[in-house]
Design a protein around this ligand. Sequence first.
Ligand code: SF4
Length: 367
Amino acid sequence: MSDQLSPLSLRRKTRQIMVGKVPVGGDAPIPVQSMTKTDSRDVEATVSQIYSYAGAGCEIVRVSVPTKKAGEVFHEIVARSPIPIIADIHFDYRLALVAADGGAACLRINPGNIGGQDRVRAVVDKAGEKGISIRIGVNGGSLEKDLLEKFGTATPEAMVESALRHLEMLEKEGFTNTKISLKASDVVRTVQAYRLLAKQVDYPFHLGITEAGTPFGGTIRSSIGMGILLAEGIGDTVRVSLTGDGEEECRVGHEMLRALELRSGGIRMVSCPSCGRVQIDLNRVANEIEAGLKAINHEGITYAVMGCVVNGPGEARDADLGVAGGAGEGLIYRRGELIRKVKEEDLVPAFLEEAKKFKAEKELAGI
Ligand code: SF4
């Protein structure tokens, strides 16, 4: 990708804040985050879910603190978490204070919803004392009544005005350690809202399409919505919301960032959609290879699994390690060089064997 088109070179200039040890904004890599789906009073289940998210590449995790009981055990979750935790608070500012004392790295709270400037001051003072950041999270589904009356509905302009109001309440107290999200359940409004606000403030943005849907639809909506913004340089941290598996949210988030060359690392697997030319069971081969590669976990590598000899060898040659199918057989390429020709039934083990060998050699060479 040329520099002119690179989303990295277009990245909006934002101030940098910290979420624990993870920088957000400025020129920091865009972290992927997710939210736990367990009952946050259940320490064991929540910690175990955080570990499994972290294993899938989650770098920041949000945990809701909806009740006093959840607040009481929050510090235990923080103490055992391998990644920084954002405490998600609605309305009750006292829970924000408890979460901050419990070690939250960031508070997700809307200052306009907690009952007055005095309470905002209490939260801001606590956040300042603990050195933690705040995320303002405007949601199209829960906008202030007067804004809905003024704009007729939750328009992008209404969402932006809501965000500016919340921001002003923090700024009034001298607090600027803030990031903002503007989530609508549809892609178009979300994109418009972020674009509008990007012209007005330099705070980092948390991107997300809220209630994005099932893994299939949600992945598409999230990738399009966030993809448009990220391609324009807007966005400093991402959360993909899917009904279901949080690990999948993280994987989709990383893949989105990698597709736009905003993050590197991880495993990149190119595979063809297959067509009438394919003469091997490509679906099975690609899925088995992908599963095997996860276990090998060789960061920063590109693999290609291609169905036939038309486009296959080209892609397979461009990858670090690639396979191109033939008639009941497959050719394995390493960095452009044909290294093996194997029968279809031996293709997956042979490819994974080469992948392990490749990793071991790179490690030995200290690359
Ligand atoms: S690589 Fe071959 S099998 Fe795969 S889509 Fe292209 S032409 Fe079809």
